[in-house]
Design a protein around this ligand. Structure first.
Ligand code: B12
Length: 231
């Protein structure tokens, strides 16, 4: 039952079906439940939110990536699938916000760096951080370094989380670290990074404080960094 529902979520992300009114990319499934209805059904059946997010929505998107890489899917298909994931996340969000014990773990600014439009992974990290008790301000996509640092200062954030999915944009993460240094804020604000092309080594190279491979790792790294007296 549980596995079957999760499998259907993956399949509907692959088909880019937000809801029952959508057709599928490869076949016409109109009328059958889409991602939004299936996520709701999973929640109603007590399937935990992490399973829905990582084994359902995120796994579906990974498979979309593979299809793109093999030339089976094209950019419009990726976009349609991204919209389906987004529809599922909307249903999930109210269920995650109340899960953390409080919002007392610290304030985090999240952003996808300049010239990068990928936001599914970042949104997932934002939602999961919120769910585990962080106070998250999400600045969206294509955000210049100066704007990120400005917001961190205004919001008195203790942590900045940066996302990049392109080899050509991951370098923009370093600008955020440099901008913090220039403004004399580097000691006060930690920086963590993530996204497929990034790594622990890259984090060390640009002087960031941590790297997270997925949304679970993001929580672990954030908790570790902010437990050092910043609470
Ligand atoms: C969906 C998608 C798109 C969508 C994005 C829609 C959206 N709203 O996000 C659209 C169609 C817009 C798109 C466009 C492009 N894309 Co694209 N896209 C993808 C795809 C298929 C999936 C990405 C995704 O959502 N993954 C699912 C999420 C859940 O995973 P994730 O992002 O990795 O996030 C997880 C972790 O990385 C981590 N994480 C992420 N952020 C953070 C942040 C922190 C702080 C931490 C701790 C952790 C963390 O946690 C997340 C959750 O577990 C990937 C393929 C792939 N294999 O990744 C290509 C991919 C990233 N795209 C690629 C390319 C080339 C492009 C385009 C240049 C294509 C083009 N010619 O126009 C454009 C660039 C647009 C731009 N300027 O940004 C390449 C990048 C190659 C590279 N390494 O440079 C990829 C790898 C596809 C490929 N194999 O060629 N894309």
């Amino acid at each position: 039952m549980k596995e079957e529902l999760i499998e259907r979520i993956v399949e509907n992300v692959l088909q880019g079906r937000r809801d029952k009114d959508d057709e599928g990319i490869e076949e016409d499934y109109a009328g059958e439940p889409g991602v939004a209805e299936l996520v709701q059904e999973a929640l109603d059946n007590g399937i935990d939110t992490n399973t829905i997010l990582l084994e359902g929505l995120s796994k579906g998107m990974e498979q979309v990536g593979q299809k793109y890489e093999t030339g089976e899917y094209f950019i419009p298909d990726m976009l349609t699938a991204a919209e389906a994931v987004e529809a599922g996340m909307k249903i999930m969000e109210p269920h995650l916000a109340g899960e953390g014990e409080s919002e007392g773990k610290g304030k985090v600014i999240m952003a996808t760096v300049e010239k990068d439009l990928h936001d599914i992974g970042k949104n997932l990290v934002s939602i999961m951080l919120k769910g585990s008790g962080f106070n998250v301000v999400d600045l969206g996509i294509d955000v210049p370094a100066a704007r990120i640092v400005e917001a961190a200062e205004e919001e008195k954030a203790e942590l900045i989380g940066l996302s990049a999915l392109l080899n050509t944009t991951m370098v923009n993460m370093e600008d955020v670290v440099r901008e913090l240094e220039n403004k004399g804020l580097r000691d006060k604000i930690k920086v963590i990074i993530g996204g497929a092309p990034t790594s622990d080594d890259f984090a060390a190279e640009i002087g960031a404080d941590g790297y997270g491979k997925d949304a679970f790792a993001a929580i672990r790294v954030a908790e570790k960094l902010l437990s050092g007296g910043n609470k």
